[in-house]
Design a protein around this ligand. Structure first.
Ligand code: GUE
Length: 288
């Protein structure tokens, strides 16, 4: 292996310590404890794990958390009513409604009702718009976390080519916006892109966010490139469950300069950035 592993787990722990210090200062100076409301509808076991990890991180950072676990058959009207209450609650600085939602609920309608200034997921159209025109707002946690990792290695991306594989509203598109803000030349690739391996081989920064296990192989990677693997896929290997990314780590690490592992890469950064967005939200309210 030639690549250096980007230790997202350790960097996220460092970030949580910084957040804890800043949150303690905020409490001393302003008497404010940033509050995060997490809403989970249904009892999908994988979702449950994320919610628990988020609650653990909240406690570690000295933030307050409000947990709302609703039954899988919750009506859209009831969920909208809860969001309305959280919007009005001054103790709540951040609202996260865990996706996916059950099919009787229109997720766009729910996300669209969240107060954009409490939208710590950065999924509201107003925050997507703010990001695209460079106004302050909330940046989705996964791209924000990935960008922090990239920044540590390459503070400027001027003259660099960044390729983002995946065009989702929650990762691919906001990731591309952030890379563009850092002056990268950005290409967004997706399932209909021609000659994807050839294109990827031109990337100085390659971000894989497609949700296809082990898709990106070593011979897709430019020697020395920074490879960021956003995928979290549970696959079966020899009858056992295993967590893998969208990148075939073993072969890609032979070629890349730096690479994130899965797990312990981008995942922990996502959760740390949720804490950071919640702290930012409280700080903005204090600043008026
Ligand atoms: N409104 C909303 N916002 C989200 O941010 C959101 C969501 N819905 N729905 C589900 C996905 C998934 N997600 C993860 C975050 C961290 C890890 C994470 O920390 N993973 C660890 C290990 C996980 C494990 O061991 O199972 C790692 O990669 O090292 C995983 C998955 C946030 N999501």
């Amino acid at each position: 292996m030639v690549a250096q592993i980007i230790d997202g787990f350790a960097i996220a722990a460092e970030l949580r310590r910084d957040i804890a210090v800043r949150a303690a200062e905020m409490k001393d100076k302003h008497g404010v404890v940033p509050g995060l409301a997490v809403v989970l509808v249904g009892d999908d076991p994988a979702s449950g794990v994320y919610v628990r990890n988020k609650l653990k991180a909240t406690a570690e950072c000295g933030l307050r958390s409000f947990e709302h676990i609703l039954p899988a058959d919750t009506s859209e009207a009831d969920l909208l009513a809860l969001v309305g209450k959280l919007n009005a609650d001054p103790a709540v600085h951040g609202i996260l409604v865990q996706l996916p939602l059950p099919k009787q609920i229109d997720a766009d309608k729910v996300l669209g009702l969240i107060d954009p200034d409490k939208d710590v997921d950065g999924f509201h159209p107003v925050n997507a718009g703010r990001l695209s025109i460079g106004l302050p707002g909330f940046v989705p946690c996964t791209p924000r976390g990935a960008q922090i990792l990239i920044d540590r290695l390459l503070p400027s991306l001027a003259g660099k080519h960044a390729v983002v594989i995946g065009r989702s509203n929650i990762v691919g598109k906001p990731m591309a916006q952030l890379l563009l803000q850092k002056n990268a030349t950005v290409t967004i690739a997706h399932s209909r892109t021609a000659d994807l391996p050839d294109l990827c081989r031109t990337a100085d920064v390659l971000v894989a966010a497609v949700g296809r296990p082990l898709m990106v192989k070593g011979d897709w990677v430019k020697p020395g490139a920074v490879v960021i693997d956003v995928g979290i896929n549970r696959i079966e290997v020899d009858g056992k469950g295993k967590l893998v990314g969208d990148v075939d780590f073993a072969s890609a690490a032979e070629v890349a300069g730096f690479i994130t592992p899965v797990p312990k890469g981008v995942g922990p950064m996502t959760i740390a950035c949720l804490m950071l967005n919640t702290l930012d939200s409280a700080a903005r309210r204090i600043a008026g």
